[in-house]
Design a binder for this molecule. Structure first.
Ligand code: ADP
Length: 354
């Protein structure tokens, strides 16, 4: 059951636009995989292909060894959970959850059992006979999830299901979805443009840009070892810092700012590159040969982002002290050599090997 859901070389064009280009990835049974990408990256197209509302130009989608080609949307064993809950306003929670089963003419006893089971795990037992308008946003979202889980589908498709909720509730609901998926042994494809949500919820992420998969991996792998500059910029609440550098043997020259000496990158040939470093991997160190001016200090809750101007670039450095008293003053900085990324100027690929 390792490759329970398989996307194999999927391509889709709308006239001139290549919405998806040769997409391949798998979801294992019981896994939550997020497809994360900016607007226009092809997320909705992928969902439409899975649901069967659109056909791929080429490639295959396989669910539990079964090819979906030619299968009607209603015959695909998929439950879709949207951001618009689309609950029926005149029906109460119990009726909303059980609606689909009723339509499918399932046995009354089964309907009751499954509805009460879903209400229990989704903590909706106290509001079973309330109408959607009497519920909070989080409860409504849970009713929509309840409607999906009683079907026991092979795949849950969640399309930005939490974007109507406020931040705190979204984060809480993420944890609930993880627990729920584990409890019902579900397999979920979660689509979002919100990286925080995606990282919190997923076993693995698929990063999409302009219809192309940029990287597949756990949140930590993607954050720590972005495969290219796009992923490095896209992932992380504070954007990665980039600096133009020139490599000569074991020295990196930073545009008249200073030098870094390391033999860690001996496998990279001499030339011009882009150095990428996260704000938490830079340290303030007075004896460093790399100097800059403090131009800002922003409190982020628990830590500060100190802005340091190096020539024409502003570097963001995470610090635990407010350095606003040093505004205009000079500080030395040093980079954690284990965390440096080196990007190719032309391909934007990360050349770091470890
Ligand atoms: P996302 O959901 O990540 O925002 P989409 O899958 O909606 O991305 O879109 C991917 C690309 O395909 C975009 O460039 C979009 O303009 C184009 N596209 C999507 N649907 C259609 C369509 N029905 N007709 C023409 N172009 C489309």
């Amino acid at each position: 059951m390792n490759n329970y859901i398989v996307f194999k070389n999927i391509s889709k064009k709308y006239k001139e636009t290549e919405a998806l280009k040769n997409i391949s990835f798998v979801i294992k049974k019981g896994e939550i995989v997020s497809v994360l990408g900016p607007s226009g990256s092809g997320k909705s197209t992928l969902l439409e292909l899975i649901c069967g509302f659109e056909k791929p130009d080429s490639g295959e989608i396989i669910i539990d060894s079964e090819n979906l080609e030619g299968k009607e949307p209603k015959d695909r064993d998929i439950s879709m959970i949207f951001q618009n809950y689309a609950l029926m306003p005149h029906l109460n929670v119990y009726e909303n959850i059980s609606f689909g089963m009723k339509i499918r003419k399932e046995k009354k006893k089964d309907i009751k059992e499954k509805t009460l089971w879903a209400a229990k795990i989704l903590q909706l037992e106290d509001v079973l006979y309330k109408k959607p308008k009497e519920l909070s946003g989080g409860q409504r979202q849970r009713v929509a999830i309840g409607r999906g889980i009683v079907r026991n589908p092979k795949l849950f498709l969640m399309d930005e299901p939490l974007s109507n909720l406020d931040y705190k509730l979204r984060m809480e609901t993420c944890s609930e979805i993880v627990n729920l998926n584990r409890e019902i042994k579900g397999t979920t494809l979660y689509v979002t443009h919100d990286q925080e949500e995606a990282i919190l919820i997923s076993d693995r992420l698929v990063i999409l840009n302009k219809g192309v998969i940029m990287q597949i991996g756990t949140g930590k792998e993607i954050y720590d070892k972005p495969k290219n500059k796009f992923v490095a910029e896209f992932i992380g609440k504070t954007k990665m810092n980039f600096l133009d550098i020139k490599k000569e043997s074991n020295k990196f020259f930073l545009e008249e700012i200073g030098t870094i000496e390391t033999d860690k990158f001996s496998y990279i040939k001499d030339g011009n590159y882009i150095l990428g470093i996260r704000s938490e991997d830079i340290e303030l160190k007075n004896d460093s040969n790399i100097k800059g001016n403090v131009v800002g200090s922003v409190y982020l809750g628990g830590e500060y982002i100190t802005e340091i101007e190096l020539k024409n670039k502003i570097l963001k450095v995470k610090t635990n002290k407010d350095l606003s008293y040093k505004l205009g003053g000079t500080v030395g900085i040093s980079f954690n050599l284990d965390k440096i990324n080196i990007f190719d100027q032309n391909t934007n690929e990360n050349l770091r090997r470890d």
